[in-house]
Design a protein around this ligand. Structure first.
Ligand code: ZN
Length: 381
């Protein structure tokens, strides 16, 4: 195996704490993974991410494929070396970005034709090609190429999309198995990348189940739940996750993609989700929204103009220890890039701390997980 996953503690409600051993890093789960879209977690340098305790970050295959190009990254020793991030990384399949960013996309059984959102140039992604790109990038974890079903989608459309995802999952896996040892750091580490399958199926429980069972038969290294947080009500997201978790193998990592707000990641971690990623903490930060122990705070509000207190008095991050609400507000008003950076650092610190706290609570096993998750809110501590 190229990863090992050791469950250390479990609770009656299904929450678990584990060690995910990857070639570049042993990751303590549950873990939140900051999103480094184009080889950078926007506005936050790698040394700061390390000091915040980030263990694994994401890279976006679509963005890196278009610029600077996966072959260029391979020639430079892979993504870890190129961006100077020696710890763990995961690349997405490119599917989601193709669907959300690319222009004039055309999907067929074979793959997806699309035009770059950067220069309109024409590209064709197949599951095999998506694997080649991710092997060139060389993250510890690669993702199967899938079609993210839009919301809302009627049953027929969801089924059609699901068939494509399942067929592409098998093709991704076959190609990945044949080529995974071509990753540039294979010799150095003696191990190589892992591949996760992605469960789709929209909001339809039976389609989700069918997809999960099919993917488990294929034996991926880990399993992700995709196609969530695309506009569906939150109760639906929760229901899809709750129904799927028991269907996924207990000895493999489970990853819910693209969620969520602080109370959501806490809730899902307590239910037994091991890995999550989301752009919310950094995207919200660039718009002046801070997540704090007292709830959400729009730092641009006039009430903070001369407020010299720390952004979050209960936070010990490098921003809250040093700067005031008034200064952060001023930076946003003046459109200074440091504003988005400092806000992002605080929000990431807040997210990462939630996961450490939940991990510690799962370890102690002293919490009534069911009650806590039902009542969790952004302000709960
Ligand atoms: Zn802070």
């Amino acid at each position: 195996m190229n990863l090992s996953f050791n469950v250390l503690d479990e609770t009656a409600a299904g929450g678990r704490r584990a060690q995910l051993v990857l070639p570049h890093q042993t990751v303590e789960t549950p873990v939140f993974m900051p999103v480094g879209t184009a080889g950078t977690v926007k506005g936050v340098s790698q040394d700061v991410l390390e000091s915040l305790g980030a263990q694994i970050i994401l890279g976006n295959t679509y963005h890196l494929y278009l610029r600077p190009g996966h072959e260029a990254i391979r020639r430079m020793g892979g993504l870890h070396r190129f961006i100077s991030w020696p710890q763990a990384m995961l690349t997405d399949s490119g599917g989601f970005q193709v669907y959300s960013l690319a222009k004039l996309r055309k999907v067929s059984e074979e793959g997806v034709h699309f035009r770059s959102h950067l220069d309109g140039s024409s590209h064709f992604f197949t599951p095999e090609h998506a694997m080649d790109v991710q092997i060139a990038l060389g993250a510890d974890i690669a993702m199967a190429f899938d079609e993210c079903t839009e919301y809302p989608a009627d049953r027929e459309r969801a089924r059609e999309s699901l068939q494509l995802t399942m067929s592409w999952a098998q093709r991704s896996l076959d190609h990945f198995r044949a080529h995974r040892n071509e990753v540039v750091w294979h010799e150095e580490y003696g191990r190589t990348q892992s591949l996760f399958g992605i469960v789709q199926g929209g909001v339809y429980g039976d389609l989700r189940r069918e997809c999960a069972e099919r993917l488990v038969e294929m034996e991926f290294d880990g399993y992700a739940i995709g196609g969530l947080s695309v506009g569906e009500p939150r109760e639906v997201t929760l229901e899809v996750i709750a129904n799927l978790l028991p269907l996924l193998p207990k000895d493999r990592p489970r990853y819910v993609m693209g969620v969520g707000y602080p109370d959501e990641i806490e809730q899902y971690a307590r239910m037994g989700v091991d890995m999550m990623d989301c752009v919310i903490p950094t995207r919200a930060a660039r718009h002046g929204l801070l997540f704090t122990s007292e709830g959400r705070m729009n730092i641009k509000n006039k009430q903070y103009a001369e407020d010299l207190s720390p952004p979050d008095p209960s936070c010990d991050c490098m921003v809250c220890r040093r700067y005031s609400r008034a200064y952060l507000r001023h930076l946003m008003q003046a459109k200074e890039p440091l504003g988005g950076t400092l806000n992002s650092i605080h929000n990431l610190a807040f997210y990462l701390r939630i996961m450490r706290r939940v991990g510690a609570e799962l370890r102690a096993g002293a919490v009534d997980v069911t009650t806590q998750s039902a009542q969790a809110s952004p302000t709960s501590q």
